[in-house]
Every structure is written in structure tokens, then in C-alpha cells.
Write a protein of this length. Structure first.
Length: 726
């Protein structure tokens, strides 16, 4: 099960009486942009746990994990303010000795297999002999340090060279050069015992065991972590500073208080009058309470990266584990560092689903790592536009590296000599640039919801909009004498509808993104009295073309050349862009698209990043939404029920969980202008109580019991409410 806090995650389990956990921290990227784990820890008690009465529990309200047999307790928790893991062992009657072993599989350089290279940003285009370099491990009598230090040369340099940007390299931000990360296990009660070797799952490891100095009823040790972009000496200084700041009792109180506050922000609790605990529901038709439980468990996992410098990755977050337990095929007998689709490359269509639900859950602080990710890379994306095309605006690609350039393999390693060096040579990703606008919208929505100060994000938002304005006029000028069409509109060609509708002319997903973000930014600029920005946005919106509607349905584009993937971007005007839906114009057009568009029906699914449950909820299709959410938020295949996947990506599949959260929220509450729609797609048979957030600092608490709305509380002010007529 997961356990974490701040930006640190553990994956905890019990095996043959020992407590084990993997340790991860956000932002630990190696030279190849693999998101490395920090090691595995094994806790062995001389008085073993009685497995007949064994229980492992995630105590959500306090944010910690405990393992107990009723007489012995092993408690694990992470400081939410500092990167420190605390492990405490207590025994009720007898005394015990405790051994803790740090286990590493990176004591030597590892030449990566063909499949293993997918954990890096090189993926399928990796050079021969690609290697994960070894860590430095220093065992002393009082504790063990483990650290990975990137050198001067990383995949960043290979990417810049590949993409012909050497002439502007000194102006590009490089987060990988000299990145140094790791930690130290230490405890006054422990001393070094022995060095060991072993084999776990499908990899060899070396271990360093520390033993308690005396038999006791109480034992405790810490693992302190540090990450710096600097030398080993800089890293050591950062580690020591954090160690000096540890005050265990105070830190534990602060941590538990933070989790208490986190759970008070929002909740969804579901029960049913037909749910009496008798009988066992099927995997794809769970009892309604299980849906809310899994929603809550996944929200906890997101809460474990509230202070991260880097966002929670869609393909496992902080909680991946041995890949052979995700996929039993021989090619997946790899180290615990493996996750499919890379560690430092961020697939925007996937990442957005992890972060959209944080608005209604009120977790605005959790949004910051993702918003800051784009804030930190957009300048490099602006350099791309200027370097290749001579115009302004941030060209942020769909699979974007943590330094703002296209992913190395997706850029294309087999390119014609005369091919535009600014373009990706990739059938799925070419011309797909619009997902960055969803993160721009998240920032604007965060301001609307909470009053968050977003001034520092404004240049990024403006730059993302400016790119489409500048680039499509540039492309039109390359083709002929006019930069706009006969109606004075941008010609969004070539474009893309996700990874699916390629060679698109006026893609619906792009148009709806530009219209919605421009409108929201204009509202903000007018509030702030920014006349220059308002003037530009008025000009821009006059150039944005209209969405194409054909045969009573929203079309993916005016035209497109081929279908490449399975995304129904014709429904993006429903979500995320909210141009159609309950309480909005042309609801029947959107419903008709959902129900009758042949490709939308063909692509329908609950798996992974699929959004069908969200769209059904936004369109008020209650039966359809409840059917899909029961599949989406059903227990995953592992012992921890919110470990979904692998779906299209990896396990635990965080965009699976995020899309499920969004759908459940939309079934309960939607907002159109000043009006709140409560239970707009909720089955009357499912009893529920919830607390969710809306714009203008509004908090809504409501309850449905026995098919009747019994509680509606809106604070701090009244808003028009629409209730269902069950």
C-alpha cells in the first residue's frame, strides 16, 4: 500500500514477517531521465509478527501506515514539511531487537534491455549500450548514505544536438545537469552489523544491515532525503541541514494536523439503501461505497506530492513496484526503477487528468507542482519558436521533456534532410500542441475557485495562446499571400485532434481550447485592469474559427486526413472546455455526438485515460455515467484497490484514477455561470453526502438519502441551485 507525504512516497508490504518498502521522491531524474527509486528497506524483528493476527492498515486521517499483530506495531510516516521518513517499532510486552537493511540494485552500472529503455526518455530510440549508472553508497557505523550524481552530460545534451538547437543551448534551462539526489538512514539506537547480497523478484541486490544496540520495547530510525542541482558537497550540506531540523514530536503533530486539514477540505461518501454487505459484488459492478472509497484512496496518493518541485507522474506516481507483478512476460523481469513511457517525459494528455480533479476537491496546493512544471519549461519552448520559425509563443509539444523540448524518440530519429527541424516526425504526435492550454486553464480556474495569485503564470498563458496565433499565420504565409482565411479567421492547418484526428483542418479540440482560455484570460485581464492584454485578446478571439457541427453532431474538425488513435476529441468541447453540457446551449447536439457519433461509440471504454464517464456525467446521462463509473472506480487488480492499470500506461495508473475522480465529481455537482447543479447525473438509489468546491470560494455540502435531497449547504454565500426531479 502507498504511504507518503510532502513529495515522498513509499510502497509498503509485509513478506515472511518482514516489513519492506520502496522509497521514492519526486524529481529524482538520472542522466537518461529515468525517475529512479531511492532503494528498498527491510525491517526484521527478532520477535516476529504473528501472521495469524497480522493487519496492515493505512490510517488515512493521520496519513500513516501501520503493521501490527496486536502486540507489535511498526508505524511508518513521512514529514509533510521536510523530506524525512520516520519508522517506529513498539512492542506491548516483550522486548525485541530490530534490524533494518538498506537494499540497492544499483551498486553497479546496469546496461538496459530493449524493454527497460522505456523507463528512460530515449525509449525505443535508445543508443546501444544505454546504461543506468551506479549510485554511491557509503556505509558508516552510525548509518548509510546513498546518492546518485548526474554528471555534466545528460540526455538534455543529446536532445539539443538532435533538434539542432546548439546555437541557443546556453539560453536553455537544464534541470538534469549535476542533479544530485539520495538520502541517509540513521538512528541513534542502531549500529552497522553486516553487508549482504541477495536476489529479489528478478534482480540481484546488495544490502547493508543495521541492528538495534539493545533489546527494547521501543525503536525508531529516520531516512532523510536531499535533492540539489550541484556537487556532492552541496548535497551533503543540504542533507545535514534537514537532519538538524528534525524534531520528531513536533513534526509528527504538524504532519497529522496537515492530513486532518486535507481531509476536511472535501469528501465524497457513498452508500446505498440496497447495500447491506451480503453477497459479493462483481469486479465490474462494485457496491457504490467502494467507488467513494477508491476515490478517497487515490486522493490520498495525490496528497503525497503536495510539496513536490515536480508533478505526480501519470504512469505510477511515487508508487510503482517490481514490473513483473504488473506484466508477467519475461521481458518485464526488470528492476523496480522501470515504468513504461519514461520518468522525465510528461505526456500532457495523461498528466491533465491527474490534476483537473484538484479544483473541486479544493486541493489547490497540489496543483502547484504541475503549474510550475510548465512555468519552468515554457521559456525553452519559446526559444524553439524563435529558433525554428522566427516568431513568438511557446511551442509546447504533447510529449514534452522536463526541459521543455520534444521527447527524443518522438522527435524522430529518421528524418528527411529537408524536414522542418521544429516539427516532430511522428504519426501520433505531429502538430499536437494544444494540451498545454489545459494547464493554462487550470491556473485561471484556480484563481476563480480560490483567489490564488496567478500573476507569475500570466506570461506563460499568454505565450501559449500567442503561439497558435503566430504560428498558424506563419504557416499560411508560407503557403500563400494571405495569413487569414476569407472570413478573417486563423487557418488551423495542419493540426491535430489529440493523437487521433491527424492532418486536421480547424481541429475542434484546438478551437475550443483557444476560445475557452482566451475568454477566461480576458475576464482576468479586465478584472486586473490590464488594457493591453485585453486589447490583444479581443483581437485574438476575433480570429479564432468556429467549431464545425455536421449532421447535428460536433465534428472532430472541418476535415482530417486519417485516424491514428482512439481519442474522441469531438467531445472535448464538453470536457475539459465546457462549451456544451447541462445548462448550456445545444445540449442535444452534444448528447447526439456522444450517443451516435460512430467513432465516439467505437472508442468508448472505462480503461486508463478514457473520459467517457466524464462526458456522460457532464451531459446528464445518469444511467450511462453510473455504468461507466462502476467500471472506472472498481477495485484494481492488486491488493491495494486503487492500484489500477496498466491500462494504456503503467501501474498504478494515475490518469485512470484522475479521470474517475473527475467523473464522480461531475455526477454530483456542476457549475454554469452563477448556477450550481447538484446531483445532475446521480442515481437516486445511491445514498451520498459530499463536500466539494466551486468558483468564487464557494463550498457546497449536500446529502441525498432514500432518493431525497436532505441537506444543501452553500458557503460563504447563496448561489442559485438546481436540484434533480427524481
Amino acid at each position: 500500500m502507498p504511504c507518503g507525504g510532502g513529495d515522498v512516497g513509499m510502497n509498503v508490504w509485509v513478506e515472511q514477517g518482514d516489513v519492506l518498502f520502496y522509497l521514492s521522491r519526486s524529481g529524482c531524474f538520472d542522466e537518461n531521465n529515468t525517475l529512479l527509486k531511492l532503494g528498498r528497506f527491510r525491517i526484521h524483528l527478532s520477535k516476529p509478527l504473528h501472521l495469524s493476527s497480522f493487519r496492515q492498515q493505512l490510517v488515512l486521517k493521520d496519513g500513516y501506515c501501520q503493521v501490527t499483530d496486536g502486540q507489535t506495531w511498526v508505524v511508518l510516516w513521512v514529514d509533510v514539511e521536510k523530506p524525512v521518513v520516520h519508522v517506529e517499532v513498539s512492542v506491548e510486552k516483550e522486548k525485541t531487537d530490530v534490524e533494518v537493511t538498506y537494499e540497492s540494485w544499483r551498486t553497479k552500472d546496469i546496461v538496459l534491455t530493449k524493454r527497460e529503455r522505456f523507463q528512460t526518455s530515449y525509449k525505443f530510440a535508445a543508443p546501444k549500450g544505454l546504461t543506468t549508472l551506479h549510485d554511491s553508497i557509503m556505509a558508516r557505523e552510525d548509518g548509510i548514505s546513498f546518492v546518485h550524481h548526474n554528471g555534466e552530460v545528460t540526455i538534455f545534451d543529446a536532445t539539443v544536438r538532435q533538434q539542432q538547437m546548439d546555437s541557443v543551448k546556453d539560453r536553455l534551462t537544464n534541470p538534469l545537469k549535476n542533479l544530485t539526489f539520495g538520502g541517509r538512514l540513521h538512528g541513534d539506537q542502531f549500529t552497522f552489523k553486516e553487508h549482504t547480497t541477495g536476489h529479489y523478484a528478478s534482480h540481484d541486490y546488495e544490502g547493508w544491515t543495521y541492528i538495534s544496540k539493545r533489546t527494547s520495547q521501543r525503536h525508531a530510525f529516520c531516512i532523510t532525503l536531499a535533492t540539489v542541482q550541484g556537487s556532492l558537497a552541496d548535497w551533503e550540506n543540504a542533507l545535514r541541514l534537514t537532519e538538524r531540523q528534525i524534531q520528531t514530536k513536533r513534526d509528527q503533530k504538524v504532519t497529522r494536523d496537515w492530513w486532518h486539514q486535507f481531509w476536511q477540505r472535501s469528501y465524497i461518501e457513498v452508500g446505498s439503501k440496497k447495500e447491506d454487505g451480503r453477497g459479493k459484488p462483481s469486479a465490474l459492478s462494485p457496491q457504490p461505497s467502494a467507488l467513494a472509497r477508491n476515490y478517497t484512496l487515490f486522493r490520498y496518493m495525490l496528497g503525497c506530492n503536495s510539496r513536490g518541485s515536480w508533478p505526480t507522474k501519470f504512469n505510477g506516481g511515487l508508487f510503482t513496484f517490481d514490473p513483473e507483478y504488473v506484466n508477467a512476460a519475461d521481458e518485464y523481469r526488470l528492476s523496480p526503477d522501470f515504468r513504461n513511457w519514461g520518468g522525465g517525459v510528461h505526456t500532457a494528455q495523461n498528466q491533465r487528468l491527474v490534476y483537473w480533479p484538484m479544483l473541486k476537491s479544493g486541493d489547490y496546493d497540489l496543483l502547484l507542482p504541475q503549474l510550475d512544471f510548465y512555468m519552468n519549461i515554457y521559456k525553452n519552448a519559446e526559444e524553439r519558436s524563435r529558433h525554428y520559425w522566427g516568431h513568438e509563443g511557446a511551442c509546447l509539444t504533447e510529449q514534452v521533456e522536463n526541459y521543455g523540448l520534444p521527447c527524443y524518440p518522438e522527435y524522430g530519429t529518421k528524418r528527411p534532410a529537408d524536414f522542418d527541424p521544429g516539427m516532430e516526425r511522428n504519426a501520433w504526435l505531429e502538430y499536437e500542441w494544444d494540451t498545454c492550454l489545459e494547464f493554462c486553464m487550470m491556473a485561471l480556474e484556480a484563481h476563480q475557485y480560490s483567489g490564488m495569485d496567478i500573476e507569475r503564470y500570466l506570461p506563460m498563458i499568454r505565450s501559449c495562446l500567442c503561439f497558435f496565433d503566430e504560428h498558424y499565420q506563419y504557416l499560411a504565409n508560407q503557403r500563400g499571400a494571405k495569413r487569414l482565411d476569407g472570413n478573417g479567421k486563423l487557418v488551423l492547418y495542419p493540426g491535430s485532434g489529440g493523437e487521433t484526428y491527424k492532418g486536421a483542418y480547424n481541429s475542434t479540440s484546438t478551437i475550443s481550447a483557444l476560445r475557452t482560455v482566451s475568454k477566461a484570460l480576458m475576464t482576468y485581464s479586465q478584472e486586473q485592469g490590464d488594457t493591453a492584454l485585453t486589447s490583444y485578446l479581443l483581437s485574438l478571439t476575433s480570429r479564432i474559427p468556429d467549431i464545425t457541427v455536421k449532421d447535428g453532431m460536433i465534428a472532430p474538425a472541418l476535415h482530417y486526413e486519417r485516424v491514428q488513435n482512439v481519442e474522441s476529441t469531438q467531445l472535448y468541447p464538453v470536457f475539459p472546455w465546457r462549451m456544451y453540457g447541462i445548462g448550456r446551449p445545444d445540449l442535444e447536439v452534444a448528447r447526439n455526438t456522444y450517443l451516435n457519433d460512430s467513432l465516439a461509440v467505437k472508442f468508448r471504454s472505462h480503461i486508463g485515460w478514457k473520459q467517457d464517464a466524464i462526458w456522460a456525467a457532464c451531459l446528464g446521462l445518469t444511467d450511462e455515467a453510473s455504468r461507466l463509473i462502476q467500471q472506472k472506480l472498481a477495485d484494481g487488480p492488486h491488493r491495494f484497490p486503487a492500484f489500477w492499470g496498466p491500462g494504456y500506461d503503467w501501474t498504478p495508473d494515475h490518469n485512470w484514477g484522475g479521470s474517475g475522480m473527475i467523473a464522480l465529481q461531475e455526477m454530483l455537482m456542476q457549475e454554469v455561470g452563477d448556477t450550481l447543479y447538484l446531483f445532475p447525473a446521480w442515481p437516486k438509489e445511491w445514498d451520498v453526502r459530499f463536500k466539494l468546491h466551486a468558483s468564487r470560494g464557494t463550498v457546497v455540502e449536500a446529502e441525498l438519502k432514500d432518493g431525497k435531497v436532505t441537506v444543501v449547504k452553500v458557503t460563504p454565500q447563496k448561489r442559485p441551485i438546481v436540484l434533480p426531479s427524481f
